[in-house]
Design a protein around this ligand. Structure first.
Ligand code: UDP
Ligand code: MG
Length: 295
């Protein structure tokens, strides 16, 4: 990981953490829009771009901006580690008293930022969170599975994850530090943001289409990501394992009793295999139960 961040400067009011993966077209558009919104607010700020191992001119664009604007910093990964790793590295680098995390394609509109800023700087909230209330412009199949994911999560998860919640958050330093203390490997930020608690105000907006470039999330990548969310924030998969173990072990005990009875009654069948099946079922059932307990 390389960075141009000068750690010794005094902390700005706000840091914008922006993960970027092959976003050379979107970077200048994002930068211009962010400045348009933030400069009139008269706050000191920095932008921390995180280049998530892009293969295009993304890093060159970041360097260009950093050379002409001292408020721009960047972190560059040696390969693509994924948006979650990029968010973490960006939040670690950010020095602001308030940290905002947002996508780079303007799907997390900077125009919502002034309201979020007011919530954390004047209204006493620790965090401003955002959710999109529509999904127009998104492929229907993707919307369908996203909604299913949120409804499953609502039922089985310890962390309350709001439908349509974005990773677009504006957080006070205390909350950022709490998040950075969690050294989760398979990170699922939406869950972590909610899990750490803190007083949060929600803002809603309509879905916005990408400003430039195209989505970096394939269906398969999203599926794996949702799986890590479920595993990280719910014990239900472990309970299923324990439960299945109990069913298997109990079923095999019944099988053993039935086998012995049939043998005693002199039933004619091929002996040997029922005992084997029952033993295998019993041992695997106990193993599943132990895995659940260990988990
Ligand atoms: N992103 C990233 N690493 C990845 C995939 C995405 O840093 O491996 C960034 C991407 O550059 C963008 C944000 O994460 O700023 C959201 O990605 P994208 O817009 O492709 O996702 P979508 O909005 O389609 O869900
Ligand atoms: Mg996007």
């Amino acid at each position: 990981m390389s960075t141009n961040s000068p750690a010794e400067k005094s902390a700005p009011d706000a840091s914008f953490v922006v993960p970027c993966f092959n976003e050379q077209e979107a970077i200048p558009v994002f930068y211009a829009e962010l400045l348009r919104v933030v400069e009139p607010m008269k706050i000191s700020f920095e932008i921390v771009f995180v280049d998530d191992g892009s293969g295009d001119g993304t890093l060159a664009k970041m360097r260009e901006l950093a050379a002409k604007d001292s408020r721009v910093h960047y972190v560059s990964f040696s390969r693509n580690f994924g948006k979650e790793a990029a968010l973490l590295a960006g939040m670690e680098t950010a020095r602001g008293n308030v940290v905002a995390t947002m996508d780079e394609d303007l799907q997390d509109p900077p125009s919502v930022f002034p309201d979020c800023w007011r919530a954390v700087s004047e209204e006493g909230f620790d965090c401003a969170a955002t959710r999109r209330v529509t999904r127009k412009g998104e492929p229907p199949i993707r919307s369908f599975f996203s909604r299913k994911f949120y409804s499953v999560m609502a039922k089985i998860s310890d962390a309350h994850i709001v439908d349509g919640a974005r990773d677009y958050r504006v957080m006070r330093r205390e909350m950022v530090d709490a998040i950075l203390k969690l050294r989760e490997r398979n990170r699922f930020s939406k869950g972590i943001f909610s899990w750490v608690g803190f007083k949060t105000k929600w803002f809603e907006f309509e879905n916005v289409e990408r400003a430039a470039g195209e989505t970096k999330w394939s269906f398969g990548k999203l599926l794996l990501y949702s799986f890590s969310g479920i595993v990280a924030f719910s014990t239900v998969p472990l309970q299923i394992s324990s439960f299945a173990g109990i069913i298997f072990a109990a079923g095999s005990l019944i099988g053993i009793v039935v086998t012995i009875l049939l043998k005693l009654l002199g039933h004619s069948m091929v002996w040997g295999w029922p005992t084997l099946v029952c033993l295998i079922l019993f041992v695997s059932g106990v193993q599943l139960l132990c895995i659940g307990v260990l988990g």
